[in-house]
Design a protein around this ligand. Structure first.
Ligand SMILES: Cc1cc2nc3c(=O)[nH]c(=O)nc-3n(C[C@H](O)[C@H](O)[C@H](O)COP(=O)(O)OP(=O)(O)OC[C@H]3O[C@@H](n4cnc5c(N)ncnc54)[C@H](O)[C@@H]3O)c2cc1C
Length: 524
């Protein structure tokens, strides 16, 4: 039996894979197969913004755990990644942030020609369908809905007033002219409902005869003829199947799974592959290296006069959300926040995210209510870790070792952010609603050593791994600026893993931008 031939096979229907599948099949002559390991995205809770944490540990989460970390980091090991149509955009917190324009200029300066801010801006704009903001920096007719949340808790709004009273400028567009300041986050939602990459890009393309989508299809290996990728092997319903491509294999498995699949297929650091008995096709030492991620350190206060978001989870409020997407169930939990340059200058080194509930250990640690959380996230961590294979078994989870806080400067920035958050909370507009700190208890008498210890113990991932198949032209680059795997033909990596350095902010929008630009590079 001849194997089916497609022009492109896309591995992974996440933020990037959905964009590629949609954009490539706009041309009816291009035949695309999209393979997704997880199930369809009909899990209860995906659409309801306030239900995000209920998806962690479910069948739409890979359920990864970090390796045992050095004493620098003793926070939680839980490491959610989306495993369904839409990928992590189906389980994320929906904050719409592109990053700082300097991030992209720095990419370009570090050998990623064509990825400077002016070159990538058109792809952000093309993707976007903003309900409030318009050109030249915003798009209003793209597939990705971005809106002001229909519900913002009074205390999240009070934090913004407190931050402004403390001295941060008010900012009503973190993706506009300036990133620094305090304000409400816009979200990738439409009418109070999550708007994932699958909603934006895949659903409108479902009827195209040139697009085949298979869920429950776990790709186990990329197939090669010499050093040319010619297809993939995948397991579906317990049966091993193959698909051949006429043009290219596009790897969009995300920052953990893309390097894993490359290594399983013989592309990666030669010594590491040999140690698992995997024949080496291309010795690319950068595969899986350069893992970095934002950390997320919470401060939690007990509040006095407003119900906690969890206390607002009533049948009446659910009925309101079902009716028109309004009310507390439209909350993405990280409602307001902002950016601070703790050392001065224009480039922020701290991001704040504010939630009107206790958000500790992925929402799994329950505290007495009501509460408000300020999360501190250093925007440009210097610590670097790695993703490596535990085994040559494609179904075994890889080893994930982000080495948080191994660069002491990262902990110092986190502590600066914690001090600033404590100061902001002492300002009248917020202070009048607070009873006192619950986590860490007694921090009003804390010193920097106590705050550093708090960061080491209570931090978690901010869910933004990048860099493990970094773009560039240097020896540790995995893909070139056209996202082609170096030393291999017919294979590109297109997802968050190609970011050479993390952006100053949440990573969904820049991943979608990367895929928009890649689709155009491929079509050209
Ligand atoms: C809990 C959480 C909260 C977040 N909050 C925000 C936020 O508020 N704002 C923001 O901007 N960003 C946020 N992010 C980050 C953002 O969602 C990701 O950076 C982005 O979705 C990454 O896109 P990707 O295409 O690289 O990977 P993913 O979207 O993770 O897609 C990878 C896809 O590939 C599939 N796959 C992997 N391996 C295989 C295989 N072998 N065979 C077949 N399929 C495979 C996966 O199942 C998945 O569907 C969050 C992420 C998480 C997990």
């Amino acid at each position: 039996m001849p194997l089916p031939i497609f022009d492109f096979v896309i591995v992974g229907a996440g933020s990037a894979g959905c964009v590629l599948a949609s954009r490539l099949t706009e041309d009816p002559s291009i035949r695309v197969l999209l393979l997704e390991a997880g199930p369809a995205d009909d899990a209860p809770g995906i659409r309801i913004p306030a239900m995000t944490t209920s998806l962690f540990g479910s069948e739409v989460d890979w359920g990864y755990e970090l390796d045992q970390q050095a004493p620098n980091y003793q926070g939680t090991a839980v490491y959610p990644r989306g495993r369904t149509l839409g990928g992590s955009s189906s389980i994320n917190m929906m904050i719409y942030i592109r990053g700082n324009r300097a991030d992209f200029d720095e990419w370009a300066a570090s050998s990623c020609l064509g990825w400077d801010y002016n070159s990538v801006l058109p792809y952000f704009v093309r993707a976007e369908h903003n309900s409030r903001l318009a050109g030249p920096l915003h798009g209003t007719d793209g597939p990705l809905h971005v809106e002001d949340r229909p519900f913002t808790h009074e205390l999240s709004a009070a934090w913004v007033e407190a931050a402004v009273a403390w001295g941060l400028p008010r900012n009503d567009d973190f993706n506009g002219a300036a990133q620094t300041g305090a304000g409400e986050y816009q979200v990738t939602c439409h009418g109070g409902r999550r708007w994932s990459a699958a909603d934006a890009y895949l659903r409108p393309a479902l009827d195209r005869p040139n697009l085949t989508i298979k869920t429950g299809a776990h790709v186990t290996r990329i197939l090669f003829d010499g050093t040319r990728a010619v297809g993939v092997e995948y397991l579906r319903d317990g049966t091993s199947e193959s698909a051949r491509v006429g043009s290219e294999v596009l790897l969009s498995g995300g920052s953990i799974n893309s390097p894993q699949l490359l290594m399983l297929s013989g592309v990666g650091p030669a010594d590491h592959l040999r140690s698992h008995g995997i024949p080496v096709l291309a010795d690319l030492p950068g595969v899986g290296r350069n893992l970095h991620d934002h950390t997320f350190t919470p401060l939690v206060w007990e509040t006095r006069d407003h119900p906690d978001l969890l206390e607002l989870a009533t049948p009446e409020n659910m009925a309101a959300w079902q009716n028109d997407g309004s009310g507390p169930f439209a909350s993405n939990a990280g409602e307001t926040g902002g950016y601070l340059s703790s050392q001065g200058g224009d480039l922020p080194d701290v991001q704040f995210i504010i939630g009107p509930t206790a958000f500790v250990h992925h929402g799994r640690t329950q505290l007495e209510m009501p509460n408000i959380t300020t999360v501190i996230s250093p925007t440009r961590p210097a610590s670097r870790g790695q993703v490596t294979l535990r085994s040559a078994d494609p179904f075994a989870a890889p080893s994930i070792d982000p080495r948080y806080f191994t660069e002491p400067g990262d902990l110092a920035v986190a502590v600066s952010g914690l001090w600033a958050a404590l100061d902001i909370a002492s300002q009248g507009p917020l202070a009048r609603h607070l009873r006192g700190l619950r986590l860490p208890a007694g921090a009003t008498k804390a010193d920097s050593t106590d705050l550093a210890e708090h960061a080491r113990r209570q931090s978690q991932t901010s869910y933004h791994p990048v860099g493990t198949c970094a773009m560039g032209t240097h020896d540790h680059a995995v893909v070139d600026p056209e996202l082609k795997v170096r030393g291999i033909d017919g294979l590109r990596v297109i997802d968050a893993s190609v970011m050479p350095v993390i952006t100053r902010g949440n990573t969904n929008a820049p991943t979608i931008m990367i895929a928009e630009k890649a689709a155009e590079l491929i079509k050209a």
